[in-house]
Ligand binder design. Structure first.
Ligand SMILES: CC(C)(COP(=O)(O)OP(=O)(O)OC[C@H]1O[C@@H](n2cnc3c(N)ncnc32)[C@H](O)[C@@H]1OP(=O)(O)O)[C@@H](O)C(=O)NCCC(=O)NCCS
Length: 167
């Protein structure tokens, strides 16, 4: 089932809802606001028809790269196409801005996120050993875009991801 959502640029007033959606452990309201105000930040939110915020994505646009800092869907609205719609907004922006790479780090155990990125054509470029505070490895994933046509350039994984299907 696909949830009908509208994707909008993140607005000033969204920080509290974004922080609430993320739970207490990730980005608090001040942190979301700080990210939203950086000149190089591009961020979008997903809203239900009722106006309720059900997801967000925050990216940094630096030269010809778009770096995805986080993408999240409300826990009760997952697997209904929200994450895909948000990432599509970010990738569409990258195409319009003629970026060559969309980059991100993801926990090795985060099969839902890795599945989402795979669906867009991201490949595994490297491993950052014990990148997270709890010592879990990060997988660096990249989507290559042709800056002229905006089409995805397919690329095989450069590292093996054994163990990522475990959760
Ligand atoms: C990762 C996350 C954003 C996905 O959002 P979502 O709204 O549930 O994703 P979608 O419904 O748009 O799924 C799109 C595709 O991603 C993949 N995917 C999503 N959830 C998946 C899961 N649990 N297992 C495997 N693949 C999954 C599938 O390919 C899916 O397409 P399909 O449903 O047609 O098979 C969501 O699980 C989330 O918020 N997780 C917590 C925050 C997080 O870990 N963010 C990533 C930080 S790097």
């Amino acid at each position: 089932m696909t949830l009908a959502v509208r994707i909008d640029a993140m607005a000033r007033g969204d920080a509290a809802s974004v922080a609430a959606l993320d739970g207490p452990t990730r980005m608090d309201e001040a942190h979301v606001q700080e990210e939203a105000e950086r000149p190089w930040t591009r961020a979008w939110v997903a809203r239900e028809e009722s106006g309720g915020l059900v997801g967000y994505v925050i990216t940094w646009h630096v030269t010809d790269e778009l770096h995805v800092l986080n993408v999240a869907t409300h826990a009760a609205r997952r697997r209904q196409g929200v994450g895909r719609a948000l990432l599509a907004a970010a990738v569409d922006y990258a195409r319009r801005a003629r970026c060559r790479h969309v980059l991100l780090e993801v926990r090795r155990s985060n099969a839902p996120a890795i599945g989402l990125y795979r669906a867009f054509g991201f490949f595994a470029m490297g491993i950052r050993a014990r990148y997270y505070a709890d010592d879990e490895d990060a997988i660096e994933m990249v989507l290559l875009l042709d800056p002229e046509t905006g089409s995805v350039v397919t690329h095989p994984d450069e590292v093996r991801l054994e163990g990522t299907e475990a959760h």
